[in-house]
Write a protein that binds this ligand. Structure first.
Ligand SMILES: CCCCCCCC/C=C\CCCCCCCC(=O)N[C@@H](COP(=O)(O)O)[C@H](O)/C=C/CCCCCCCCCCCCC
Length: 214
């Protein structure tokens, strides 16, 4: 059953990430951003304490949407076409942010690092005991991924916000896919797709030495 309009549905978010990868193993930016939009909707429903996180994610999604809907939109159809277009035209600041502070390559890199957090977090949720602390799973996933790229003040604010997360079962309920068992099963089906998108992006960025863009 479809979720109410505007409500978060894990099913829809996961379908978007599933739709990202083409037969040629390219990553389509439209569904990728749609997946992030859905996640932000979910985050907004968790309370105002998370708004500094969702604002940053929305800013990055909007930067990408402006490229994807702009004059050069055909160059931003896939991640691969974007990388090749921006690099060939010198549109990426490689050493420090200067003339192209918000390139698509840099912006996707931030979302890509966050996708690693998401993967670890969902894996943690899926495999944890029923009474496990979501906040602890989130903190562990964050420390093993995104935290390495954030200054002290952001790390502190993030960990404080994680304390406001609901229990694991309450969390699984708001995913809107039925009971906790169904949510766990859906996570099991969906995680390979998120892993796939992450893996393809990581390989592409490695190949072009883009993993440390300022
Ligand atoms: C199936 C549903 C369950 C999971 C639902 C998760 C919903 C999460 C939705 C969005 C995730 C937020 C993505 C945040 C992107 C952060 C990108 C970033 O690293 N930005 C920093 C660097 O950017 P520049 O300064 O270089 O432009 C920026 O400094 C960050 C600022 C804000 C703090 C980011 C903290 C990130 C914590 C991620 C965990 C989210 C916790 C959600 C709890 C469920």
């Amino acid at each position: 059953m479809a979720a109410a309009p505007g409500a978060f549905s894990l099913r829809e978010v996961l379908a978007a990430f599933q739709a990202c990868v083409t037969e040629q193993r390219e990553v389509l930016l439209g569904p990728y951003l749609q997946g992030w939009r859905g996640l932000v909707r979910f985050l907004n429903g968790l309370g105002a304490i998370f708004s500094f996180i969702s604002k940053d994610a929305v800013t990055k999604i909007q930067i990408m949407e402006s490229y994807c809907g702009g004059e050069q939109q055909e160059e931003y159809h896939t991640l691969q076409s974007m990388v090749s277009y921006e690099l060939s035209r010198g549109l990426v600041d490689l050493q420090r942010r200067s003339s192209h502070p918000d390139s698509g390559c840099r912006t996707i890199l931030r979302l890509h690092r966050a996708l690693r957090w998401l993967q670890l977090f969902l894996e943690g949720l899926r495999t944890a005991q029923q009474d496990a602390s979501t906040s602890a799973i989130c903190t562990d996933s964050y420390n093993a991924s995104l935290a390495a790229y954030h200054p002290w003040v952001v790390r502190k604010a993030a960990v404080v916000a994680f304390c406001a997360l609901p229990s694991r079962n309450a969390f699984l309920e708001v995913m809107n896919v039925g009971g906790p068992e169904e949510a766990v099963e859906m996570l099991g089906n969906a995680l390979p797709h998120i892993r796939d998108v992450y893996g393809i992006t990581q390989e592409l960025y490695e190949q072009h030495h883009l993993l440390n863009l300022p």
